[in-house]
Design a protein around this ligand. Structure first.
Ligand code: SF4
Ligand SMILES: [Zn+2]
Length: 271
């Protein structure tokens, strides 16, 4: 099957080792579910990690789907409940940040920073070597285009099917096994395999700039999206050189997490 072949080829390209302990970031959606399903199918050592964002019914459905998947696959599931750990639901935290920083910060941008911060910290505690996420070809083509349109291609410098050039004992390497696989193919695969997936969209993804870009990439063919990422691969060494020296990794002065600035984006937001 083409999707499984592409998945395997990506794992070969990033030289994923069967001895690696991999934490799969499971949202309950199709992409992370297929990522976990295939990593397990191909014999990798995985555990699941789910952040319960406490966003009402939607979060309940996501949690149920993730629990069912991990049960079916026979893997450990670690759950981080944002309400218990951080004192409020993602909606509450996000509104508080938007109130103090102005509406300029979009829902997904805030949520993305918080989830990445939690993932790295918790993955380190669990002593895993890799974090796997479900980002797919469409997500990556959108991100690359967004960074170009912002005039900041260097923001893509560390992107790829595996994080590039970030070697630090506190930073857990992130992998994206679906990097070259189109969203529609993943949706079809999840349905064909009858995987427990929440297909409805997150209720908070309403104001993202990404949605506008997605409308554009949805009008492109699979070949055209693949071409965007082929160009990304060709250009990635040059993009790397655009990074300024102050982009080196430090530790955040407040929380101690890896950061490219003195204060990390998470602490910057919640100050
Ligand atoms: S769609 Fe946006 S707000 Fe919803 S979980 Fe994903 S990043 Fe968070
Ligand atoms: Zn910090």
């Amino acid at each position: 099957m083409e999707l499984e072949q592409k998945f395997k080829q990506t794992l070969e390209k990033i030289k994923l080792n069967k001895k690696d302990k991999i934490l799969v970031a499971l949202s309950g959606g199709k992409d992370s579910t297929v990522t976990a399903y295939l990593l397990k199918k191909f014999g990798y050592n995985i555990e699941g990690f789910h952040i319960n964002l406490s966003m009402g019914e939607y979060s309940k459905k996501c949690l149920e789907a993730v629990e069912k998947l991990c049960n079916n696959l026979g893997i450990n599931l670690h759950i981080y409940n944002i309400k218990n750990e951080m004192g409020g639901s993602m909606c509450y935290i996000r509104t508080a940040i938007q109130t103090s920083h102005g509406k300029g910060l979009k829902n997904c941008a805030i949520c993305g920073v918080i989830k990445k911060w939690i993932m790295n910290r918790e993955a380190r505690k669990l002593k895993v070597n890799k974090i796997a996420t479900g980002h797919n070809l469409d997500d990556e083509a959108q991100t690359f285009l967004m960074n170009i349109l912002k005039g900041s291609p260097q923001l893509s410098a560390n992107s790829g099917a595996i994080t590039r050039n970030v070697k630090d004992k506190k930073f857990i390497t992130r992998i994206k096994p679906l990097f070259y696989i189109a969203e529609n193919d993943i949706r079809e695969y999840a349905k064909k395999k009858k995987l427990p997936v929440v297909f409805e969209h997150c209720p908070c993804a309403i104001d993202s700039y990404r949605i506008q870009i997605r409308q554009f990439t949805n009008s492109l063919s699979k070949k055209e999206k693949e071409n965007i990422m082929k160009n990304f691969d060709k250009l990635s060494d040059k993009i790397q050189k655009l990074k300024s020296e102050d982009a080196e990794l430090h530790y955040c002065e407040k929380c101690g997490e890896p950061s490219r600035k003195k204060i990390c984006r998470m602490c910057e937001m919640i100050k």
